[in-house]
Design a protein around this ligand. Structure first.
Ligand code: HEC
Ligand code: HEC
Ligand code: HEC
Ligand code: HEC
Ligand code: HEC
Length: 474
């Protein structure tokens, strides 16, 4: 039995003893070793990476090498056979498979040596690929599609938290889902079929428990927070006004009372929205301590109240804690406050806002037109200012360009306001998605819209708020 099998194998090994087949064999075995190595690490170690783009290495690169090696073996055999047949060197009896035969032994040695070398090369390449793909640089930069989120991430308080920490869940099903997502995205990027703008959806993120709450303690009692908002006017002097708000942030106090904004949302709430970015919330359910459920339904909604229920967590309010997209007004106010847009330039608030809100087809066009627009405004309307304060004008123009390029991405159709920020209620619906005074329960209870439940307004658009003078803040 073994004898006949050995006889059948003899010609294969005889013709297989050629450089192409040997290299093929070595490639296949090296790729197999690396794949097995990574599987062992993923299953037993915690070094296993969850990055969705690893599909590139594990589903394409390594299996590709494995198959390439398998294809090279028969090609080498066929070529050598053809060569030997042509030159009439095919033996009538194929040499025995015998380790003592030096020719045969050298073949095996070559395969072992080549396997080892390939293993080191393929292994190092894959390992480096894994580390690279896990770095924020890869997610943010390699894929220009994410340029808007990358730009916003870099200036956020979370610029040192890895993308995968928030975006990819733990556990097998999350890993598989993320991997399929990653492969789908790669296909979309390759064939340019990705959506523009990319829609931001909370449902694909890890729950806050596994991300935010690793670093922030939701139960920490924060008490009241003083919020001062400075705004500049559209008049020649760019007049300053301030709003002063005391936010009742609360938390859990020493007596375990839930209070304020944070405290009240630590309860279990579920809501249903009709759009992917959760802007139109038609119903929200509050699970009360006594086990009952109060459902508040929007009186504006006439259709059936059904859809996917989402459990409210930190990210429903702090959806932009990482990818902060500013409003043009907020961005210019902030820049004028630190004087990177010079508040002494007449009408700079009005002109600056107009320039950054105009439509441009690319970042380059925006840079050229914002700069020339501001310069020509001062050189024609205020020649004296233009000649005496040219450096300030140029610096202000540079800041305006930076503001535009950090928030607007024509190539991805990301405009001002594309990504809503849910934290307040003045620029986007935010808190008023539920607290608009139109969400009412069956028993007639309205979800509060009372200004003072959330904050005390100490000053609104006030030129000279007395409270700030009293506090020594101006
Ligand atoms: C601290 C958590 C956190 C980190 C770190 C983080 N993100 Fe996000 N990301 C979010 C949240 C929350 C949203 C949803 C935003 C919204 O709904 O407006 C989001 C949305 C996105 C979106 C929009 C599409 C989608 O999948 O929802 C992209 C793209 C994105 N992030 C890429 C990145 C990249 C690239 C990095 C790393 C450079 C990164 N993120 C790091 C929390 C995070
Ligand atoms: C790896 C730790 C880490 C994770 C995870 C994390 N944060 Fe933070 N967060 C920080 C640190 C550190 C700061 C303070 C940064 C600073 O002051 O510059 C911060 C700041 C903040 C702030 C204050 C922002 C500001 O402008 O002052 C908010 C709000 C916040 N995080 C919410 C979140 C939310 C929501 C999540 C989940 C999506 C989250 N964080 C996940 C570490 C983390
Ligand atoms: C109902 C909306 C809402 C929810 C839910 C919420 N927050 Fe906040 N949070 C706010 C508001 C409003 C502020 C203060 C205003 C601001 O930061 O612009 C704030 C401020 C913060 C700050 C900065 C203030 C500080 O402590 O110094 C952190 C950090 C923070 N939240 C973390 C969290 C975490 C973690 C969760 C989830 C457990 C969470 N928040 C859930 C609305 C919310
Ligand atoms: C998804 C809907 C939803 C959103 C969005 C939302 N809330 Fe709430 N909020 C609720 C529900 C539900 C309650 C609890 C009502 C109850 O107890 O019956 C609540 C309660 C509160 C309370 C306590 C009210 C009271 O009567 O004492 C405050 C304060 C509050 N929310 C502030 C905010 C702020 C600030 C924001 C925005 C940053 C916000 N909420 C966004 C659903 C929401
Ligand atoms: C459900 C809670 C909630 C209710 C109700 C509410 N607000 Fe607010 N409001 C907020 C939060 C949160 C912020 C802070 C937003 C931020 O951090 O930027 C805010 C900020 C403001 C500001 C500061 C200016 C600005 O540009 O952000 C003003 C003014 C204001 N609210 C007015 C009102 C008035 C007037 C009412 C009553 C009709 C009201 N709010 C009701 C939550 C609420």
């Amino acid at each position: 039995m073994f004898g006949t099998l050995e006889k059948k194998l003899r010609p294969v090994l005889f013709f297989g003893n050629n450089p192409l087949s040997l290299i093929g064999g070595a490639l296949t075995s090296a790729a197999a070793f690396v794949m097995i190595g990574f599987w062992v690490v993923t299953i037993f170690g915690h070094g296993g990476s969850q990055n969705p783009y690893l599909g590139l290495i594990f589903d394409l690169f390594l299996p590709g090498l494995f198959v390439l090696g398998l294809i090279l073996i028969p090609i080498g055999i066929a070529m050598r056979r053809k060569q030997l047949v042509a030159s009439g060197h095919v033996p009538s009896v194929y040499p025995e498979i015998d380790l003592k035969n030096p020719v045969f032994r050298r073949g095996i040695e070559v395969v072992i040596a080549a396997t080892f070398i390939n293993f080191v090369i393929v292994g190092t390449a894959s390992y480096r690929g894994v580390s690279y793909m896990d770095s924020p640089n890869f997610c943010g930069q390699t894929c220009h599609v994410m340029a808007p989120q990358w730009a916003a991430y870099q200036v956020s308080p979370h610029s040192h938290v890895a993308c995968v920490d928030c975006h990819i869940g733990s556990g097998i099903s999350a890993a598989v889902q993320a991997k399929m997502n990653g492969t789908k995205q790669l296909v979309e990027v390759t064939f340019h079929t990705y959506p523009t703008p990319i829609r931001a959806s909370l449902s694909v993120l890890r729950p806050a428990r596994a991300t935010c709450e690793q670093c922030h303690t939701p139960t920490r009692f924060v008490g009241d927070r003083l919020l001062v908002k400075t705004a500049f006017g559209d008049d020649e002097k760019n007049s300053v006004t301030r709003s002063v708000v005391v936010l009742h942030l609360g938390g859990v106090d020493s007596l375990s009372h839930l209070s304020g904004i944070h405290g009240h949302h630590l309860n279990h709430f579920e809501y249903i929205a009709t759009d992917a970015t959760d802007q139109n919330i038609i119903s929200v359910k509050a699970h009360n301590a006594d086990g009952t459920v109060t459902e508040y339904v929007s009186t504006d909604w006439k259709g059936p109240v059904k859809g996917v229920e989402r459990v409210m967590d930190c990210m429903d309010c702090h959806n932009q804690a990482t990818h902060v997209f500013q409003t043009p007004q907020a961005a210019v106010n902030e820049a004028m406050l630190d004087n990177s847009v010079n508040a002494a330039l007449p009408f700079v608030h009005k002109e600056g806002l107009q320039l950054i809100q105009a439509e441009y087809s690319s970042h380059e066009e925006a840079a050229a037109k914002i700069t020339s627009g501001l310069e020509s405004y001062y050189s024609t309307q205020y020649p004296a200012v233009w000649s005496s304060q040219r450096p300030q004008i140029e610096a202000s123009a540079r800041t305006l360009v930076r503001i535009y390029q950090r928030n607007v991405f024509p190539s991805m159709k990301v405009k001002w306001g594309t990504y809503p920020n849910n934290i307040g209620h003045n620029d986007f619906p935010g808190c008023f998605r539920c607290h608009d005074g139109n969400h009412v329960s069956k028993s007639g209870k309205t979800l509060t819209n009372d200004c003072s439940v959330c904050h005390n307004l100490l000053a609104v658009d006030d030129k000279n708020p007395k409270v700030l003078t009293d506090l020594g803040m101006q």
